[in-house]
Write a protein that binds this ligand. Sequence first.
Ligand SMILES: C[S@@+](CC[C@H](N)C(=O)[O-])C[C@H]1O[C@@H](n2cnc3c(N)ncnc32)[C@H](O)[C@@H]1O
Length: 392
Amino acid sequence: MNMLYQMVAKTQFGLEGVLAKELTNLGAQDVEEHNRAVSFKGDKGLMYKTNLYLRTALKVLVPVKKFIAGNEQQLYDEIKKIDWSQYLSNDGTMVVHTSLKSDYFNHSQYVSLKTKDAIVDQFRENTGIRPDIDLIRPDLSIDIHINSNEVTVSLDSSAESLHRRGYRSENTLAPINEVTAAGMILLTGWNGKGNFMDPMCGSGTLLIEAGLIAKNIPANMLRQKFGFETWKDFEPETWKKIKEEAVANIKESEANIIGSDKTFKAIEIARENITRAGLDEDIKVSNKQFDEVKPPEGGGIVIMNPPYGERLPIEEIDAFYKAMGDKMKKDFEGFQVWIISSNIAAMKRIGLAASKRLNLFNGALECKYHMFDIYKGTRDKRKLEAAGNPLS
Ligand SMILES: C[S@@+](CC[C@H](N)C(=O)[O-])C[C@H]1O[C@@H](n2cnc3c(N)ncnc32)[C@H](O)[C@@H]1O
């Protein structure tokens, strides 16, 4: 039987549940949710698969040692006790990243430096040759996490964060993170079929993530490099088979994915990204104000990431959110409209009661992700309420 590894997939706050579901679907065992992470067990093939497929993971880590350390010397000593020749050659390259929440350690960079010193010293003492540091393309990426005085040392099988899918151009917009976008879609429960719209699509992230879901394309199919590919125990044949199987399982889209944005530049960038993702045939975008959008028949899912307007005058942003709500009531009957925003006061101007309100982050901004069911009669009911005759 293949050896089972204990692994941890890191994610963003609020996406733990959808990530756990993704892991279970991939065949992971002992799946457990934690704060911004999900732990699980699986063999080496599953480690490769999780990196390729997971839409809502930022990294897949393989913990190799946990210990208690109250200062830098203890940390150094414990790191040096690990036999690093299992994972790295003396002429290889490495990088160390540290995250910490601790009164014992103040500087993550200093912890990374001490860890690197311990590893380098072990190789030098044992072989006379030492591995080098490579910040960009190291053979081994090491992750140190310190919670109080509990240290976890992990190998980072992803290396660069998994939100870097490989379809995004360098651009000047502030797009939503790919992992957040995929999580937002999975949270709606969308089955990958029928109408999917983003009428404020910016650079097209939500549309592209929806396209990948509709065609059953793994999230990281376009990525050039994963951490595990330069590990000493890398199995190229296993990896090749996993990728071939993924290609064989790509299907025709049964979705109608439509995006628009009021800015021409945004649509230009969205088109470039859609082309790079190989989804030209599957996503239609146009340069339009939300107010001009005519949704197709049949209902479906709308997701919007509107401006939050923290720097605009309150009256302007209130009017913008009110107009958004009026448009939803007027033209989006039969749709479930999901909106992410950090502007809770402005969200009230939408004038509809949210059926769900989930906590998510957009980067560092704490947001609410609201679901509005625009069913038949929403408009009439609002009119009656406005006339002081509420039905319920
Ligand atoms: C926060 S950005 C969306 C970013 C997008 N999710 C991405 O990943 O690139 C908000 C977008 O809404 C667009 N927008 C603002 N007001 C609009 C309106 N009235 N109609 C259509 N688009 C609008 C802006 O041009 C901007 O691209």
